[in-house]
Design a protein around this ligand. Sequence first.
Ligand code: F6R
Length: 242
Amino acid sequence: MKLIRVENYEEMSSSAAQLVEQQILNNSHSVLGLATGSTPLGLYEQLIRGVSERNISWQHVQTLNLDEYCGLAEDHPNSYRHFMNAKLFRHIDIPLENTHIPNGKALPVEVECRRYEALIDEIGPPHLQILGMGTNGHIGFNEPGTPETSLTHCVQLETSTRNSNARFFSDRDEVPTHAITMGIQSILKSERILVLASGKKKAQAVKHFLDGRVSKDFPASFLWNHNHVTLIVDQDAYSLAA
Ligand code: F6R
């Protein structure tokens, strides 16, 4: 595991953007694994700037997102499809048909999970997968207890995850109870993985992760079983590990 320590959120974002842009410059047909949440927002802002300021072209890039809420239509303001369109895709020159996110409305959900895993194998796996980390160590929506062998599947969200994501909804009861997520095994298929962590609220999780003990109680720890993981962490997130 490669550890890159930076000062703050801005530096984490620009350092991550450099790695993503280098991947696209090396291979214009790159497949990128993307995440939602607060952590990658600064990275996405940098990548949007990269199109005009650094001539980065996303014309032939394909993207695979980690997860999507069950039951939310693509145009629902809290769907991850809506988030990705608003925060990144609409502002870069990627054809929308090159962007892939599980369909939260598809039924039966098991069929959608199998379709998405087959898609990962068909167009991917990602050359580079971006990950944020939950305070309980979740990656994607893989909560503690998820086995390392898991592929794309439907999960019941933990109360702590629903509470933490309630900030995006007008009412906590509106937070969906289930989501489709790439499994741990699906994530580990990626050639390289880039984990981002910023802020004091991630300090305990970063400390736990850097302990290096692999256990399903802390899903991010399975990343230690992958050969090409980079963690970019800012001072606050690193503060308990130091
Ligand atoms: C997002 C995702 C989640 C987040 C994690 C951290 O697609 O799958 O695992 O990466 O919950 O969220 P933030 O970045 O909001 O702290």
